[in-house]
Design a protein around this ligand. Sequence first.
Ligand code: AMP
Length: 190
Amino acid sequence: MINIVLFGPPGAGKGTQAENLILKYDLVHISTGEVFRKNIKEETELGLLAKSYMDKGGLVPDEVTIKLLKEVVDNKPNAKGFIFDGFPRTTPQAVALDKFLKEKTMSVSAMLALEVEDDVLVERLLNRGKESGRADDADESIIRNRIKEYYEKTAILKNFYSAQNKYFGVEGVGSVEEISERLYKVIDTL
Ligand code: AMP
């Protein structure tokens, strides 16, 4: 079973790369951001709560996010493996994920981190906002806040997974296929 944590700042291309990885390795893609957006669209209680944080470019509280992640994993008992996209984003989330997977005799195989410079990220996200209509991609100050949250709360997870020899950095600039090939190369050594 392969369980990949796809990592990188907002706009690094996690969603795009996840699409190729699920096809190649027959994995289930879990994007907490997508689940939150679906809930916002359906105007659920969770969506309402998540929106209040997402609109400012902040993180949804750990307790809420961890509970959601567990539910989504539990709903896929026959999965051959998972790609976690946008989760974990904080140390408590990473600790909870390890514990939760261990209870299911599973573990994180690797964290694959897409490395992209900030200015490229902002440009990509503003362009994506024009096409997708995502509110948090339309405003540069919200984008900058998301990147700030990433460096303050999320980037530290590099140390968390490095300590377990599970961190792999991959250059996230180039064509979609080039970047996918770099990821495949790492996954095929696992
Ligand atoms: P994403 O689609 O991964 O860029 O996530 C969009 C937004 O959803 C983030 O800016 C956060 O507000 C929220 N979000 C997604 N995943 C998480 C998470 N693991 N922890 C906290 N907030 C999250």
